[in-house]
Design a binder for this molecule. Sequence first.
Ligand SMILES: Cc1ncc(COP(=O)(O)O)c(C=O)c1O
Length: 413
Amino acid sequence: MNTTQPPVADAGPRPRLSARAAGLTSSAIRDLLAHARRPGMISFAGGLPAAAMFDLEGLHAATAAVLETGVDVFQYGATEGQDDLRQALARLMGERGAPVEASRVLVTSGSQQALDLVVRSLLDPGATVVVERPSYLAALQVLHLAQARVVAVDVDADGLCVERLDAACAGLAPRLAYVVPTFANPSGACLSLARRLALLEWAVRHDVWLIEDDPYGELRFGGEPLPSLLALAPRVPGAAARVIHVCSLSKVVAPALRIGWTVLPEALVGPVTRVKQSLDLQTSALTQEIAARYLGSGRLPTRVAAIARAYGARKRALADALHRHFGDRIGFNDPDGGMFLWARFEDGTDAAALLPVALDHGVMYVPGEPFFADAPDRSSLRLAFSTVGEARCAEGVARLARAARTPGACASL
Ligand SMILES: Cc1ncc(COP(=O)(O)O)c(C=O)c1O
């Protein structure tokens, strides 16, 4: 056996990074994912869609059909996106209660890129941005890279506490508000209709751009559907020109396609498209065409309904097990959709301190801290139920309860 080790690479001097890159911390969730591969681990950590629910038959058929069409799908394409996909997405928005012209749809490399493009297009360093508290971690990273000043406003069971916006933003002249109104990541909260309307009115009153990030809106398994901010905007004079809707196929079709999109107010289409030009020229024409074919096949609604049903059963199993094992010791929201249950140790347990013990017991979650732009609630944790079947949900919570009972495990705050 050759035991010669490869030479250790010379790391060289520490690179001098830009201030914005140097301050960027690695995503706590992406770092945790390595543990999820440990044999037997039950992971409530990753915000991944259930791979078993991917419509492989439909995706294979769409891919085969696209590959038969010839060379065009291997060529460069328009920055705005492939025409047939933009039209299919405009139709999809119409089916979701927000009819839009295809010319307002910009296809992006995942919805993550849409967030980045919009933020780069609208913000100068130091600009004030309102986010939910807690908020989507990777949006906070985008805002950090843009050197924005972030103001976080609390979320309750009905979503962002819109009535607190004026006080939170007093004297700050916010440029932008970033919200996930429907089944937010991580809070799972759904913004009430009254607050949706109040948020639109607030944006108009203060001349603020409003990003509505909506990857989970279709994954409803309880309660009554609510219109998106984009669909509601025509009811509030001036609001339609302020709402930037961002969406994705990642959670309902497959994230590997990297197909997201944004519906932009007319005036932003040119500027945001030019920013995309400078970043990646275009999103892959190949996966765009696969997505267009798949949407054209008509299979999506049935698939989304099946995914929502499965997630609903998983959420119920998780919620029941939390009640059974923790009683009042854990408080949590009870989401009507999406992939996340946001919980809090009411006895002051520090969720980050408990995590290594939980890992030893074969269960993992994301401690709440990285989802806070400021003043983190260290007792909070995010439990993603999308990839964990009902029986495993119950077993995972039993493991968590054993971990929490381990002497010395529950460093209180
Ligand atoms: C709220 C939210 N926005 C955007 C994204 C990015 O998704 P993608 O880039 O895969 O479309 C995610 C992914 O988890 C998310 O939770």
